[in-house]
Design a protein around this ligand. Structure first.
Ligand code: NAD
Ligand code: MN
Length: 358
Protein backbone atom coordinates (compact mmCIF):
# COMPACT_ATOMS: atom_id res chain seq x y z
CA UNK A 1 0.00 0.00 0.00
CA UNK A 2 1.26 3.43 -0.92
CA UNK A 3 2.05 5.71 2.02
CA UNK A 4 2.24 9.42 1.32
CA UNK A 5 4.51 11.51 3.51
CA UNK A 6 2.86 14.83 4.24
CA UNK A 7 4.49 17.75 6.05
CA UNK A 8 1.83 19.53 8.14
CA UNK A 9 2.76 23.13 8.92
CA UNK A 10 -0.18 24.72 10.76
CA UNK A 11 1.57 28.06 11.44
CA UNK A 12 -0.40 30.45 13.63
CA UNK A 13 -3.87 31.57 14.66
CA UNK A 14 -6.68 29.56 13.11
CA UNK A 15 -4.06 27.87 10.90
CA UNK A 16 -3.48 25.47 13.81
CA UNK A 17 -7.21 24.80 14.15
CA UNK A 18 -7.99 24.14 10.49
CA UNK A 19 -4.87 22.06 9.77
CA UNK A 20 -5.66 19.76 12.70
CA UNK A 21 -9.14 19.34 11.21
CA UNK A 22 -7.67 18.72 7.75
CA UNK A 23 -5.34 16.01 9.05
CA UNK A 24 -8.26 14.27 10.79
CA UNK A 25 -10.33 14.30 7.61
CA UNK A 26 -7.46 13.03 5.43
CA UNK A 27 -6.81 10.17 7.88
CA UNK A 28 -10.50 9.23 7.82
CA UNK A 29 -10.55 9.38 4.02
CA UNK A 30 -7.48 7.12 3.71
CA UNK A 31 -9.09 4.61 6.09
CA UNK A 32 -12.31 4.68 4.03
CA UNK A 33 -10.49 4.26 0.69
CA UNK A 34 -8.15 1.56 1.97
CA UNK A 35 -5.75 1.81 -0.97
CA UNK A 36 -3.28 4.34 0.45
CA UNK A 37 -2.29 5.86 3.77
CA UNK A 38 -0.70 9.01 5.09
CA UNK A 39 2.31 9.55 7.33
CA UNK A 40 2.10 13.08 8.70
CA UNK A 41 5.09 14.95 10.07
CA UNK A 42 4.10 18.00 12.09
CA UNK A 43 6.24 21.13 12.20
CA UNK A 44 5.63 23.79 14.82
CA UNK A 45 7.09 26.61 12.74
CA UNK A 46 5.57 30.08 12.85
CA UNK A 47 5.13 33.01 15.22
CA UNK A 48 5.46 31.10 18.50
CA UNK A 49 8.60 29.42 17.16
CA UNK A 50 9.91 32.87 16.19
CA UNK A 51 9.39 34.17 19.71
CA UNK A 52 11.56 31.35 21.06
CA UNK A 53 14.21 31.12 18.34
CA UNK A 54 14.18 34.45 16.47
CA UNK A 55 13.36 32.74 13.16
CA UNK A 56 10.07 31.43 11.75
CA UNK A 57 11.58 28.09 10.76
CA UNK A 58 14.96 26.46 11.44
CA UNK A 59 17.86 26.88 9.00
CA UNK A 60 17.54 23.31 7.80
CA UNK A 61 13.71 23.56 7.70
CA UNK A 62 13.41 23.26 3.95
CA UNK A 63 15.80 20.30 3.89
CA UNK A 64 13.51 18.53 6.37
CA UNK A 65 10.46 18.79 4.10
CA UNK A 66 12.29 18.60 0.77
CA UNK A 67 11.39 14.96 0.13
CA UNK A 68 7.83 14.90 1.42
CA UNK A 69 5.10 14.15 -1.10
CA UNK A 70 3.20 17.35 -0.26
CA UNK A 71 2.87 20.12 2.31
CA UNK A 72 -0.37 21.00 4.11
CA UNK A 73 -0.04 24.58 5.34
CA UNK A 74 -2.24 26.67 7.66
CA UNK A 75 -1.38 30.35 7.93
CA UNK A 76 1.57 32.60 8.65
CA UNK A 77 0.63 35.64 10.73
CA UNK A 78 0.97 36.42 14.44
CA UNK A 79 -0.56 39.36 16.32
CA UNK A 80 2.79 40.25 17.98
CA UNK A 81 5.03 40.06 14.89
CA UNK A 82 5.06 42.30 11.78
CA UNK A 83 3.33 40.60 8.84
CA UNK A 84 6.26 40.95 6.43
CA UNK A 85 8.44 38.95 8.84
CA UNK A 86 5.96 36.12 9.29
CA UNK A 87 5.10 35.96 5.58
CA UNK A 88 8.67 36.07 4.23
CA UNK A 89 10.02 33.96 7.08
CA UNK A 90 7.72 31.02 6.50
CA UNK A 91 5.26 30.91 3.63
CA UNK A 92 7.37 32.68 1.04
CA UNK A 93 10.50 31.00 2.43
CA UNK A 94 8.93 27.74 1.26
CA UNK A 95 7.11 28.87 -1.93
CA UNK A 96 10.04 30.66 -3.52
CA UNK A 97 12.96 28.24 -3.02
CA UNK A 98 10.67 25.31 -3.87
CA UNK A 99 9.76 27.17 -7.07
CA UNK A 100 6.02 26.77 -6.51
CA UNK A 101 5.39 29.22 -9.32
CA UNK A 102 1.82 28.27 -10.13
CA UNK A 103 -0.73 29.21 -7.51
CA UNK A 104 -4.11 27.75 -8.40
CA UNK A 105 -7.32 28.99 -6.78
CA UNK A 106 -10.64 27.42 -7.75
CA UNK A 107 -13.82 29.34 -6.95
CA UNK A 108 -17.29 27.85 -6.92
CA UNK A 109 -20.45 28.50 -4.97
CA UNK A 110 -20.81 25.23 -3.05
CA UNK A 111 -24.27 23.71 -2.44
CA UNK A 112 -26.14 25.40 0.42
CA UNK A 113 -24.01 28.54 0.32
CA UNK A 114 -25.33 31.91 -0.76
CA UNK A 115 -23.21 34.22 -2.86
CA UNK A 116 -23.53 37.95 -2.15
CA UNK A 117 -24.15 38.24 -5.89
CA UNK A 118 -27.89 38.00 -6.43
CA UNK A 119 -29.06 34.88 -8.19
CA UNK A 120 -25.59 33.47 -8.72
CA UNK A 121 -25.04 29.78 -8.11
CA UNK A 122 -22.44 27.17 -8.97
CA UNK A 123 -23.66 27.31 -12.54
CA UNK A 124 -22.70 30.92 -13.10
CA UNK A 125 -19.62 30.98 -10.98
CA UNK A 126 -17.04 28.29 -11.65
CA UNK A 127 -13.65 29.92 -11.97
CA UNK A 128 -10.02 28.99 -11.57
CA UNK A 129 -7.60 31.81 -10.94
CA UNK A 130 -3.95 31.12 -11.74
CA UNK A 131 -1.58 33.37 -9.84
CA UNK A 132 2.03 33.86 -10.88
CA UNK A 133 3.67 32.92 -7.61
CA UNK A 134 7.40 33.50 -7.99
CA UNK A 135 8.11 36.98 -9.32
CA UNK A 136 6.25 40.14 -10.29
CA UNK A 137 5.35 42.57 -7.54
CA UNK A 138 6.33 40.09 -4.80
CA UNK A 139 9.77 39.31 -6.19
CA UNK A 140 11.26 40.78 -3.03
CA UNK A 141 13.46 43.15 -4.99
CA UNK A 142 13.89 46.62 -3.59
CA UNK A 143 15.45 48.46 -0.74
CA UNK A 144 15.29 51.22 1.78
CA UNK A 145 17.89 53.93 2.36
CA UNK A 146 18.33 57.02 4.56
CA UNK A 147 16.03 55.59 7.22
CA UNK A 148 14.24 58.17 9.29
CA UNK A 149 15.61 61.10 7.29
CA UNK A 150 13.40 63.36 5.18
CA UNK A 151 15.04 61.98 2.04
CA UNK A 152 14.31 58.39 3.02
CA UNK A 153 13.54 56.31 -0.05
CA UNK A 154 11.99 52.86 -0.45
CA UNK A 155 11.28 50.71 -3.48
CA UNK A 156 9.50 47.45 -4.24
CA UNK A 157 10.47 46.63 -7.79
CA UNK A 158 8.22 44.38 -9.83
CA UNK A 159 10.26 41.95 -11.91
CA UNK A 160 8.85 39.91 -14.77
CA UNK A 161 11.07 37.61 -16.80
CA UNK A 162 10.27 36.15 -20.20
CA UNK A 163 10.90 32.65 -18.85
CA UNK A 164 8.72 33.27 -15.80
CA UNK A 165 5.82 34.66 -17.84
CA UNK A 166 6.10 31.91 -20.45
CA UNK A 167 5.84 29.13 -17.89
CA UNK A 168 2.82 30.60 -16.07
CA UNK A 169 1.05 31.39 -19.37
CA UNK A 170 1.65 27.87 -20.65
CA UNK A 171 0.35 26.47 -17.36
CA UNK A 172 -2.78 28.67 -17.52
CA UNK A 173 -3.53 27.92 -21.18
CA UNK A 174 -3.11 24.21 -20.53
CA UNK A 175 -5.46 24.40 -17.53
CA UNK A 176 -8.03 26.38 -19.54
CA UNK A 177 -7.75 23.78 -22.32
CA UNK A 178 -8.52 21.00 -19.82
CA UNK A 179 -11.77 22.63 -18.73
CA UNK A 180 -15.03 22.31 -20.70
CA UNK A 181 -15.30 25.96 -21.73
CA UNK A 182 -11.65 26.34 -22.87
CA UNK A 183 -11.79 30.01 -21.98
CA UNK A 184 -8.95 32.10 -20.52
CA UNK A 185 -8.82 35.72 -19.41
CA UNK A 186 -5.35 37.27 -19.17
CA UNK A 187 -5.43 40.06 -16.58
CA UNK A 188 -3.08 42.95 -17.18
CA UNK A 189 -2.37 46.61 -16.48
CA UNK A 190 -0.32 47.40 -19.54
CA UNK A 191 -1.96 50.76 -20.07
CA UNK A 192 -0.33 52.30 -16.99
CA UNK A 193 2.65 49.98 -16.53
CA UNK A 194 4.44 50.17 -19.84
CA UNK A 195 7.41 47.80 -19.43
CA UNK A 196 6.87 44.56 -17.54
CA UNK A 197 3.12 44.39 -18.17
CA UNK A 198 3.68 44.92 -21.90
CA UNK A 199 6.10 41.97 -21.86
CA UNK A 200 3.36 40.02 -20.02
CA UNK A 201 0.85 40.79 -22.81
CA UNK A 202 3.30 39.97 -25.60
CA UNK A 203 4.23 36.61 -24.09
CA UNK A 204 0.52 35.79 -23.55
CA UNK A 205 -0.20 36.44 -27.23
CA UNK A 206 2.75 34.23 -28.22
CA UNK A 207 1.77 31.31 -25.99
CA UNK A 208 -1.86 31.63 -27.15
CA UNK A 209 -0.72 30.50 -30.61
CA UNK A 210 0.26 27.13 -29.08
CA UNK A 211 -3.35 26.67 -27.94
CA UNK A 212 -5.58 27.45 -30.93
CA UNK A 213 -8.56 25.71 -29.30
CA UNK A 214 -8.51 28.04 -26.26
CA UNK A 215 -10.52 31.25 -26.55
CA UNK A 216 -8.77 34.02 -24.68
CA UNK A 217 -9.19 37.67 -23.94
CA UNK A 218 -7.23 40.38 -22.18
CA UNK A 219 -8.65 42.53 -19.40
CA UNK A 220 -7.29 45.40 -17.32
CA UNK A 221 -7.30 44.45 -13.65
CA UNK A 222 -9.57 47.30 -12.54
CA UNK A 223 -12.16 46.41 -15.16
CA UNK A 224 -11.79 42.77 -14.13
CA UNK A 225 -13.12 43.52 -10.63
CA UNK A 226 -16.29 44.91 -12.21
CA UNK A 227 -16.65 41.98 -14.58
CA UNK A 228 -16.34 39.53 -11.66
CA UNK A 229 -19.27 41.20 -9.94
CA UNK A 230 -21.47 42.13 -12.90
CA UNK A 231 -20.82 39.35 -15.45
CA UNK A 232 -19.47 36.39 -13.44
CA UNK A 233 -20.80 33.90 -16.00
CA UNK A 234 -18.43 35.33 -18.64
CA UNK A 235 -15.36 34.09 -16.73
CA UNK A 236 -13.77 30.64 -16.58
CA UNK A 237 -9.98 30.45 -16.20
CA UNK A 238 -8.01 33.57 -15.26
CA UNK A 239 -4.27 34.24 -15.18
CA UNK A 240 -2.80 37.25 -13.39
CA UNK A 241 0.38 38.51 -11.77
CA UNK A 242 1.22 37.85 -8.14
CA UNK A 243 -0.35 41.06 -6.76
CA UNK A 244 -3.32 41.21 -9.13
CA UNK A 245 -4.30 37.59 -8.52
CA UNK A 246 -3.79 37.97 -4.77
CA UNK A 247 -6.44 40.68 -4.71
CA UNK A 248 -8.78 39.17 -7.30
CA UNK A 249 -8.82 35.83 -5.52
CA UNK A 250 -9.90 37.34 -2.20
CA UNK A 251 -12.72 39.03 -4.09
CA UNK A 252 -13.52 35.71 -5.76
CA UNK A 253 -13.60 33.98 -2.36
CA UNK A 254 -16.00 36.56 -0.97
CA UNK A 255 -18.24 36.27 -4.04
CA UNK A 256 -18.36 32.51 -3.50
CA UNK A 257 -19.71 33.01 0.01
CA UNK A 258 -16.75 33.22 2.42
CA UNK A 259 -13.00 33.49 2.61
CA UNK A 260 -13.20 30.47 4.93
CA UNK A 261 -14.12 28.14 2.07
CA UNK A 262 -11.51 29.02 -0.54
CA UNK A 263 -8.60 26.65 -1.22
CA UNK A 264 -5.30 27.06 -2.99
CA UNK A 265 -2.43 25.00 -4.33
CA UNK A 266 1.12 26.30 -4.66
CA UNK A 267 2.41 24.02 -7.38
CA UNK A 268 5.85 23.16 -8.61
CA UNK A 269 4.46 21.60 -11.81
CA UNK A 270 7.78 19.92 -12.72
CA UNK A 271 7.68 18.11 -9.32
CA UNK A 272 11.30 18.88 -8.56
CA UNK A 273 10.10 20.10 -5.15
CA UNK A 274 7.04 19.35 -3.03
CA UNK A 275 3.94 21.43 -3.67
CA UNK A 276 2.03 23.16 -0.90
CA UNK A 277 -1.72 23.22 -0.23
CA UNK A 278 -3.44 25.74 2.04
CA UNK A 279 -6.67 27.62 2.62
CA UNK A 280 -6.35 31.12 1.20
CA UNK A 281 -7.35 32.83 4.45
CA UNK A 282 -4.89 34.01 7.09
CA UNK A 283 -4.59 33.62 10.86
CA UNK A 284 -7.91 35.44 11.58
CA UNK A 285 -6.88 37.02 14.88
CA UNK A 286 -10.49 38.04 15.52
CA UNK A 287 -11.72 34.45 15.85
CA UNK A 288 -8.61 32.44 16.77
CA UNK A 289 -8.95 30.16 19.78
CA UNK A 290 -12.75 30.24 19.61
CA UNK A 291 -13.11 26.95 17.77
CA UNK A 292 -15.34 28.48 15.08
CA UNK A 293 -12.95 28.75 12.14
CA UNK A 294 -14.44 27.32 8.97
CA UNK A 295 -12.33 24.27 8.04
CA UNK A 296 -13.87 23.88 4.56
CA UNK A 297 -11.10 25.88 2.85
CA UNK A 298 -8.58 23.42 4.28
CA UNK A 299 -10.69 20.39 3.32
CA UNK A 300 -10.99 21.68 -0.25
CA UNK A 301 -7.20 22.28 -0.25
CA UNK A 302 -6.86 18.63 0.79
CA UNK A 303 -8.89 17.72 -2.31
CA UNK A 304 -6.31 19.58 -4.41
CA UNK A 305 -3.52 17.79 -2.55
CA UNK A 306 -5.09 14.42 -3.38
CA UNK A 307 -5.46 15.40 -7.04
CA UNK A 308 -1.78 16.35 -7.10
CA UNK A 309 -0.85 12.96 -5.64
CA UNK A 310 -2.83 11.28 -8.42
CA UNK A 311 -5.56 10.06 -6.04
CA UNK A 312 -8.39 11.37 -8.23
CA UNK A 313 -11.07 9.02 -6.88
CA UNK A 314 -10.28 9.91 -3.26
CA UNK A 315 -10.25 13.60 -4.18
CA UNK A 316 -13.70 13.31 -5.76
CA UNK A 317 -15.00 11.39 -2.74
CA UNK A 318 -13.79 14.09 -0.35
CA UNK A 319 -15.27 16.84 -2.53
CA UNK A 320 -18.65 15.09 -2.53
CA UNK A 321 -18.48 14.80 1.28
CA UNK A 322 -17.67 18.52 1.58
CA UNK A 323 -20.62 19.40 -0.66
CA UNK A 324 -23.00 17.22 1.35
CA UNK A 325 -21.88 19.06 4.48
CA UNK A 326 -22.13 22.60 3.07
CA UNK A 327 -25.58 21.75 1.69
CA UNK A 328 -26.84 21.58 5.30
CA UNK A 329 -27.13 24.94 7.06
CA UNK A 330 -26.71 23.26 10.48
CA UNK A 331 -23.07 22.65 9.49
CA UNK A 332 -22.43 26.30 8.63
CA UNK A 333 -19.87 28.14 10.78
CA UNK A 334 -20.53 31.80 11.80
CA UNK A 335 -18.76 33.22 8.71
CA UNK A 336 -21.58 31.60 6.70
CA UNK A 337 -24.23 32.85 9.10
CA UNK A 338 -24.49 29.58 11.05
CA UNK A 339 -23.63 28.35 14.53
CA UNK A 340 -21.51 25.26 13.86
CA UNK A 341 -18.03 24.83 15.32
CA UNK A 342 -14.86 23.65 13.57
CA UNK A 343 -15.13 20.32 15.39
CA UNK A 344 -18.77 19.81 14.35
CA UNK A 345 -18.06 20.51 10.68
CA UNK A 346 -15.07 18.16 10.85
CA UNK A 347 -17.16 15.39 12.41
CA UNK A 348 -19.93 15.90 9.85
CA UNK A 349 -17.41 15.65 7.01
CA UNK A 350 -15.90 12.46 8.41
CA UNK A 351 -19.40 11.01 8.77
CA UNK A 352 -20.21 12.00 5.19
CA UNK A 353 -17.05 10.20 4.02
CA UNK A 354 -17.95 7.09 5.98
CA UNK A 355 -21.64 7.08 5.01
CA UNK A 356 -21.05 7.42 1.30
CA UNK A 357 -21.55 4.18 -0.57
CA UNK A 358 -19.92 5.51 -3.71
P1 NAD B 1 -7.65 36.73 7.46
O1 NAD B 1 -7.88 35.84 6.31
O2 NAD B 1 -6.89 36.15 8.59
O3 NAD B 1 -9.06 37.25 8.01
C1 NAD B 1 -9.93 38.09 7.27
C2 NAD B 1 -11.37 37.94 7.80
O4 NAD B 1 -11.92 36.70 7.37
C3 NAD B 1 -11.45 37.91 9.33
O5 NAD B 1 -12.62 38.59 9.75
C4 NAD B 1 -11.56 36.45 9.66
O6 NAD B 1 -12.23 36.16 10.86
C5 NAD B 1 -12.32 35.89 8.46
N1 NAD B 1 -11.89 34.51 8.19
C6 NAD B 1 -10.74 34.14 7.58
N2 NAD B 1 -10.67 32.80 7.54
C7 NAD B 1 -11.76 32.32 8.14
C8 NAD B 1 -12.24 31.00 8.41
N3 NAD B 1 -11.57 29.91 8.05
N4 NAD B 1 -13.41 30.88 9.07
C9 NAD B 1 -14.11 31.96 9.43
N5 NAD B 1 -13.73 33.23 9.21
C10 NAD B 1 -12.55 33.41 8.56
O7 NAD B 1 -6.91 38.02 6.90
P2 NAD B 1 -6.23 39.25 7.70
O8 NAD B 1 -7.07 39.60 8.87
O9 NAD B 1 -5.94 40.25 6.68
O10 NAD B 1 -4.83 38.68 8.21
C11 NAD B 1 -4.58 38.17 9.53
C12 NAD B 1 -3.15 37.63 9.56
O11 NAD B 1 -3.02 36.52 8.68
C13 NAD B 1 -2.09 38.63 9.13
O12 NAD B 1 -0.95 38.42 9.92
C14 NAD B 1 -1.80 38.25 7.70
O13 NAD B 1 -0.51 38.62 7.27
C15 NAD B 1 -1.95 36.76 7.77
N6 NAD B 1 -2.30 36.14 6.46
C16 NAD B 1 -1.63 35.02 6.12
C17 NAD B 1 -1.96 34.35 4.95
C18 NAD B 1 -1.22 33.09 4.59
O14 NAD B 1 -0.41 32.62 5.36
N7 NAD B 1 -1.47 32.50 3.44
C19 NAD B 1 -2.99 34.83 4.13
C20 NAD B 1 -3.67 35.99 4.52
C21 NAD B 1 -3.32 36.63 5.70
MN1 MN C 1 -3.83 37.15 -0.09
Amino acid sequence: MKTYRIAAIPGDGIGTEVVAAGVEVLEALAARCGSFSFAFDHFDWGGEYYKKHGVMMPDDGRERIRHHDAILFGSAGHPDIPDHITLWGLRLAICQPFDQYANVRPTRVLPGITSPLRAVSGKELDWVIVRENSEGEYAGVGGRVHRGLPLEAATDVSILTRGGVERIMRFAFRLAQSRPRKLLTVVTKSNAQRHAMVLWDEVAAGIAREFPDVTWDKMLVDAMTMRMVLRPESIDTVVATNLHADILSDLAAALAGSLGIAPTANLNPEREFPSMFEPIHGSAFDIMGKGIANPVGTFWSAVMLLEHLGEGAAAARLMRAIERVTAEPRWHTPDLGGKATTAEVTRATIEAIAAAND
